[in-house]
Ligand binder design. Sequence first.
Ligand code: FES
Ligand SMILES: [Fe+2]
Length: 455
Amino acid sequence: MTSPLNDGDIDAGKINRKIFSDPEIFQDEMERVFARSWLFLAHESQIPETGDFFTTYMGSDPVIVIRQADGSVEVLLNSCNHRGMKVCRADSGNAKSFTCTYHGWVYGDDGKLLGVPFENECYGDSMPKDRLGLGAVTRVENYKGFIFGCWDEAASPFLDYLGDMTYYFDILADRVAGGTEVVGGVFKWTMRGNWKLAAEQFAGDMYHGQTSHVSAMIADVQAYGDNTPPDEGTAALLSMEGFQISPGGGHGVGAFERPPGVQAGRMSDSDSVAAYMNNTESEMEQRLGAHRAHDAFWVHNNIFPNFSWLNSNGTVRVWHPKDAETIEVWMWCLVDSDAPADVKRDKRLDMQRHFGPSGTWEQDDGENWNYCAGAGGAIQRRRSLEYSAGIGMSREHPEFPGEIGGVYSEINQRNFYRRWNEFMSADSWDEISVPVRTVPPRIEESHRAREGAGS
Ligand code: FES
Ligand SMILES: [Fe+2]
């Protein structure tokens, strides 16, 4: 298959605009990217008990993530084999079975077809019920509480898919011994724009902050600043040095440098959160080493293709692709499980205030993606988009694995699109590379026990 991009154009920092608006490319993405990639589905704290379920999407396919009696997690296609009706229409809950509300077929919590109304009258005694269960995702992994699934049997193992991204994912997932949990529900909203614009921004775009978010930054410093006069505080935010990091696999990470003597909690608006970050820094150092604990303010991240988070305030999100120019954003607030109640509350409020659907920063981003959409006009399509920032300016870091660019480099976006291109061009996983790993993943016995119970 010929992908709409070629690697030479990406190397030169050129991206064809039609990948953000063409319905045929969108359909290919569902098959070639979303049906083959490891996708984030849910956090284990959302389904702690037997029968607890959470419904979500893998690309365009609806799925049910459900806890089994033995503690494992099944992921079932949420689509009846009779006419395709969703067998579960709730967002979450607890169930022993799912009854399709169209003609009443009943499926067990493991997806098996258990009952069919008027079975004998309809099918005699020949109904092959054992072949009519809900499809189940056979590749499911629980990485430190984060449940991922992949439809493709031939996909590389999950840890290989992540490669050196585990080094950076652990800053969210494994900072303290108690692990993480979701607080509150899931924020969901629909926006105009292509899902890749959001994913590439969380992979690699610190650049837009200085223009798109500057008024929100000024308001933050004035409202919640750390006793520095507003002008001085804003100037400090605008002049920070930092990195864009490509750990391979199309994943991306961005961070500001943390100068010696500046406290870990400096980036928080809340005194309780700032104190908590300062108090848990030594535990983080013990677990993840001095460099991850002290050398950076970790900011934005994306695991290819569509799972993103911000370390600063616990917003964790999936960019669900709905059509070529529509995204459904699902956002969770993630906190350390053992954090005090006031820290959990303040993180949630901070996240809502900035990154909820009406959050001061979220509105800035959504407005941009909305007006980036519709770029598939006849004349616009003749003009490629410019992704060349930082070409030839990569550097090594003595500690952080991956290719490193400056804070405003578009290195992560280029690597995101190289990976996207690889998936779109490949006919099978045999033609998709596995990222080179340079740092072994950090897996404790307690993680193994949890993973055993989660997959
Ligand atoms: S569509 Fe489900 S029973 Fe008919
Ligand atoms: Fe933003």
